[in-house]
Design a protein around this ligand. Structure first.
Ligand SMILES: [Zn+2]
Length: 301
C-alpha cells in the first residue's frame, strides 16, 4: 500500500476513513476540541468559535471571515513557519503517525479494534511549564488508557512518563540520547531527563519551528544518568554539561568528564538550576532564573 493512502482514523462505529493527514494534524493541536473552534486567521479576532473542519473538502473554513485553509496553510500559521518547514513537518511528524492496522485490515474483523488512534494531551506538561506548541513539535503523544505521555527519542524508541501512581518512567526500546532538532554546528547543553531538555527549550523561548531554528544550542538528554557513556562514545562535541544537582547527577558528571578528557573532547561544566535539582524544577519554581542562566551560559560560549 502506498504511503499516505492509509486510513488515519478508523472507527467501526462511525465508519470514517480519512485518507489524509489533516484530521491527524488537528487532533494534535490544542484548539481542535469541538466541532467549532477559534478561527486560525491571525487577522481575525474571533470571539466566538467560527472555524470548523470539512472532512469532504479536507480543509478548515471560517464562517465569519470566510478564510479556508488546507493543511500546509494551517501549519504555516500554527507553527509560524514557511512552506518548506511545513512540508518537512508533515513528512516527519504526520506521515509516520500510521495506525497499526489499516482500514482494510480492520474491516476484515469489525469486532476487533485494530486501530491505534494517536492521542494528544498537552495538559500534564503544561502544568510543568511547557507550552503546547513545543510539545506538538516534539511529537509528544498520550496514552489515555495507561495514562502516560510518550516522548519519542528516536524512530523506534520512546520514554513514557506516567502521570498517576508511583511508577513514573518507562523506556521503550533502548535508552537513546534525546536530541530533537539536533544540528552538529551548535554547542550542546547536556541534561539527564527528556523533560529537562524540553524545559531548556522552553527557557530558550521556543514556541514555533522558526524559534527552534534560531536557538543557539542543541539540548540533549541522556535519558538516564547512567547513559553518560553513550554521549562519550558519540561524535557530539562542544558540550555544556548541566546534569542534575544531586548525587547521581554529580557522579555521572565526574565519570562523563573523565571520559571526555580521555578522548580529548571539548566540554564545560555549568549549574543552570541554582538551588534546584534540575531544569524542570527550576523552570517551575523560578522560570526567570532559568531563562537568565541559559542565556548567560550561551553568551559566555
Ligand atoms: Zn475567521
Amino acid at each position: 500500500m502506498m504511503k499516505g493512502m492509509i486510513a488515519i482514523t478508523y472507527s467501526a462505529k462511525h465508519k470514517i476513513n480519512y485518507n489524509d493527514w489533516m484530521l491527524n494534524y488537528l487532533n494534535k493541536t490544542d484548539y481542535y476540541n469541538s466541532k467549532f473552534f477559534k478561527c486560525r486567521n491571525p487577522l481575525h479576532n474571533d470571539n466566538k468559535p467560527s472555524m470548523s473542519y470539512n472532512p469532504k473538502r479536507n480543509n478548515v473554513h471560517c464562517f465569519s471571515c470566510g478564510v479556508t485553509y488546507g493543511l500546509i496553510d494551517l501549519i504555516k500559521i500554527d507553527l509560524n513557519c514557511d512552506y518548506k518547514d511545513a512540508i518537512i513537518y508533515i513528512h516527519n511528524e504526520l506521515i509516520k503517525d500510521e495506525p497499526l492496522k489499516t482500514h482494510d485490515n480492520a474491516r476484515q474483523s469489525p469486532t476487533t479494534n485494530y486501530s491505534k488512534k494517536v492521542e494528544y494531551n498537552y495538559e500534564y506538561l503544561k502544568k510543568r511549564g511547557i507550552n503546547a506548541n513545543l510539545q506538538m513539535m516534539l511529537n509528544i503523544t498520550w496514552d489515555s488508557y495507561r495514562k502516560c505521555i510518550i516522548i519519542p527519542t528516536s524512530s523506534t524508541t520512546a520514554t513514557e512518563r506516567f502521570v498517576e501512581g508511583e511508577f513514573r518512567y518507562k523506556h521503550i526500546g533502548s535508552i537513546e540520547l534525546f536530541k530533537p532538532f539536533y544540528r552538529p554546528k551548535l554547542p550542546s547543553i547536556i541534561v539527564e531527563g527528556e523533560i529537562d531538555a524540553i524545559s531548556i527549550y522552553e527557557a530558550m523561548g521556543v514556541k514555533s519551528l522558526s524559534d527552534m531554528r534560531k536557538v543557539k544550542a542543541n539540548v540533549i538528554a541522556l535519558g538516564s544518568a547512567n547513559n553518560w557513556f553513550k554521549l562519550a562514545e558519540s561524535d557530539i562535541g562542544n558540550l555544556i554539561l548541566a546534569l542534575d544537582n544531586d548525587d547521581a547527577g554529580r557522579e555521572a558528571t565526574i565519570k562523563l568528564s573523565q571520559e571526555l578528557l580521555k578522548r580529548g573532547k571539548l566540554f564545560r561544566l555549568v549549574n543552570l538550576y541554582g538551588i534546584y535539582k534540575d531544569a524542570n524544577e527550576c523552570l517551575m519554581n523560578d522560570r526567570e532564573y532559568l531563562i537568565k542562566e541559559v542565556e548567560k551560559c550561551l553568551e559566555s560560549g
